[in-house]
Ligand binder design. Sequence first.
Ligand code: ZN
Length: 121
Amino acid sequence: MTFDPTFLKKIEEKLLAEKEKVEHELAEFTVKTGAGQEIVFPEYGDQSGENAAEVASFDSDLSLKNVLNDTLRDINSSLKRLSENTYGICKYCGQEISRERLEIRPTSSSCIDCKKKFSGE
Ligand SMILES: [Zn+2]
């Protein structure tokens, strides 16, 4: 494990801020739609700014809510990995995920190589 505490702290803060934002948005949806349904949603691109593009590409509230649920789940599992000191380790090959990738997408749970392999790119 070569991640330094400062880096991990920064990631944790990012995740917590994102979590708060997503929970807030989800709460608004729950009020608006009254729906509690969760549907598994495919993972989209890997670039920074992807979330905004993702969200903008969905025109129904339900789709957006699914994305939020999915994001929240990713955030929570990332926070769990942080607390268990397994954060930043690829779930497929066990190698460390690059800092650059984690900074762009703190919820990453696989390295770029495995991500490519498993998404068939
Ligand atoms: Zn990997």
